[in-house]
Design a protein around this ligand. Structure first.
Ligand SMILES: C[S@@+](CC[C@H](N)C(=O)[O-])C[C@H]1O[C@@H](n2cnc3c(N)ncnc32)[C@H](O)[C@@H]1O
Length: 297
């Protein structure tokens, strides 16, 4: 799995003005903040323009890989789906938009919600390099997900790596709101950690209580049997560029991004999920199509 070539070129262009050493220092600071759970500084996820560029160089390939892998699994089981519109929530640089358009080429109307102005500006710069008119003409809205906002319905609504960054007391309210803005499918993706999975599990319960039907990854709509101190995640293997290896000071030519996700639909589709999953499990799967790992602590 590779990022679209024009996205790789666009990322290389925006990082031109930031020296590699500085990027490496910023990447190390951001990783440390992630590990310590101190993501926000003065209510900003990434404080400066250069930090956002560092984030894009080091995180965008991995989150793109996770989203692309999840969407391909969804496409595999939700076959007759030809979405036209996409809402990307907590869009960051527009990662989910790039991944979704690579999976469903007919998407022609994209809206992105993001609160950070610098992130929006960089996201727009990246978008202008796309081969897809839908990405070039995408609509970026500066919106704080904690506040009130109103959006028309979209065929796909995706919140990737964003719900878990909100206060727990607003997460469920937002999920209910996103369900209202969904025409067909709602997808949530979070890091493959105990906390990331707990957000997904809470979202799963919330959406089932609203009448949602699960598309993936679970082959049933019943209560999730995974206990609170346990979690499940998938993995996506992403090749590392030479610049990524330099700024991350890594030696491996790839990284494995672990993620948890849930996809639900408003439609009670007629396909036989168990049959589909049996068929998928029988196939030899390439590494980047995703594996499920159930961890026990
Ligand atoms: C970890 S990044 C993920 C970006 C992107 N969705 C991806 O998968 O790569 C989280 C994004 O959510 C945005 N965000 C966090 N809290 C937000 C809020 N209250 N309103 C809008 N955006 C928010 C951050 O600014 C950041 O761009």
């Amino acid at each position: 799995m590779e990022l679209p070539v024009e996205l790789i070129g666009a990322i290389e262009n925006i990082m031109e003005n930031v020296p590699t050493n500085r990027l490496a220092t910023l990447v190390s600071d951001i990783s440390k903040r992630y590990r310590e759970g101190k993501l926000f500084i003065n209510d900003k996820y990434l404080a400066t323009y250069d930090e956002i560029i560092a984030y894009i160089v080091y995180r965008m390939p991995a989150t793109y890989g996770a989203i692309f892998t999840a969407l391909n699994c969804i496409k595999e089981v939700y076959r007759d789906f030809h979405p036209k519109s996409l809402l990307d929530v907590g869009a960051g640089p527009g990662t989910a938009m790039w991944a979704a358009t690579s999976v469903w080429h007919d998407i022609d109307h994209i809206t992105l919600l993001e609160k950070d102005e610098n992130m929006i500006n960089i996201g727009k710069r990246l978008s202008s390099n796309s081969h897809y008119d839908s990405i070039k003409n995408s609509k970026w809205l500066k919106i704080d997900l904690n506040g009130s906002f109103d959006i028309p319905k979209h065929d796909i609504v995706i919140a990737s790596y964003s719900i878990g960054e909100l206060d727990t007391n607003v997460q469920q309210k937002l999920i209910k709101k996103l369900w209202e803005y969904t025409n067909d499918i709602l997808i949530l993706i979070e890091p493959g950690t105990t906390y990331g999975f707990s957000c997904i599990k809470m979202a799963r319960e919330t959406m089932l209580s609203l009448g949602a039907h699960i598309i993936a990854p679970c082959p049933h709509d019943n209560v999730c049997l995974i206990k609170d101190n346990d979690w499940c995640h998938f993995s996506s293997r992403i090749p590392r560029s030479s610049i990524h290896m330099k700024v991350k000071k890594g030696k491996l030519s790839y990284e494995d991004e672990k993620f948890s996700y849930i996809c639900v639909s408003k439609k009670n589709s007629q396909y036989d999920k168990k049959q589909n999953y049996k068929t998928s499990a029988d196939k030899e799967r390439p590494h980047n199509i995703g594996f499920m790992h159930k961890r026990r602590t």
